[in-house]
Design a protein around this ligand. Structure first.
Ligand code: ATP
Ligand code: MG
Length: 242
């Protein structure tokens, strides 16, 4: 659950990135955040991840009232979410496998479990056989899928993607959103920033439109009947939702 209560964000330079944002996003929703450059989309995501703090107002994420979160609690809080960056942010000196496995090592998962899970998410994203490559030996679309694999590997309850389709062709953009849609259908909340209106219209998801720091349109929660059978993912993950 994500809630914004009267949130304002003014950066030091005096630019009003967000003004009086009031919004509720339920667990299990898929919401696109759209708007022109400078509208406040990335700022919105940064407030959710506590990379920035509001100038006034309150942000609540998964029952964490972020203004009360202590500095040392922030890393633990962030581990409950997966993030996909537009510029991938892969570690070029580590293989694909190591990039994806890294966040599992950090939280002390055992090697056997890491191997199983990393192989599973790589296969899910059509990256089987690429585990030993280095990021710079992959195409842009493949690198983006490694970024997605890394966001998914710890089975987060929330995935945040800032322009995950920014560097790939229209077919790959569609594939990425389809992949996120399948993950969402298993119960993970997905928030995705995009400027691609064409892409947004191809899916039946909530669309929140920002303009100059204000929400100017919001389709609200979209209730879709579940269309995906559980069979395709359930076996590999040992009963844990993706
Ligand atoms: N660190 C910062 N310091 C000062 N101003 C900032 C900072 N980050 C963003 N801004 C300003 O806040 C406003 C919103 O920026 P934001 O990055 O949220 O926009 P955006 O919608 O993500 O744009 P884009 O589509 O170009 O990524 C802009 O006017 C921007 O210049
Ligand atoms: Mg941005």
């Amino acid at each position: 659950m994500i809630e914004f209560q009267g949130v304002y964000k003014t950066y030091g330079s005096g630019s009003h990135a967000l003004e009086d944002i009031n919004l509720h996003i339920d667990d299990g929703e898929f919401a696109f955040i759209v708007g022109a450059s400078g509208a406040g989309k990335s700022t919105f995501l940064k407030l959710i991840r506590r990379e920035e703090t509001p100038t006034s107002g309150e942000v609540i994420v998964n029952n964490y009232r972020l203004s009360r979160l202590k500095r040392k609690e922030v890393p633990y809080f962030r581990r409950t979410m997966g993030i996909v960056f537009q510029d991938f942010r892969l570690i070029n000196t580590m293989t694909v496998f190591e990039n994806v496995a890294f966040s599992m090592h950090v939280i002390g998962k055992r090697k056997k479990e890491i191997n199983r899970r990393v192989h599973y998410v790589l296969q899910l994203l059509d990256l089987q056989g690429k585990g030993n490559r280095y990021p710079l030996e992959l195409s842009g679309g493949e690198q983006q899928r490694v970024g997605l694999a890394r966001a998914l590997v710890n089975n987060p309850s929330l995935i945040i993607a800032d322009e995950p389709t920014g560097n790939v062709d229209p077919q790959m953009s569609r594939d990425i959103v389809e992949m996120l849609t399948r993950i969402n259908e298993k119960g993970t909340t997905v928030l995705m920033v995009t400027h691609e209106h064409e892409l947004v219209h191809q899916f039946d998801h909530r669309v929140i439109t920002l303009e100059k720091g204000h929400i100017v349109a919001d389709t609200g929660r979209v209730n879709r009947p579940s269309t995906v059978s559980l069979g395709d993912m359930a076996g590999e993950r040992g009963g844990v939702p993706v």
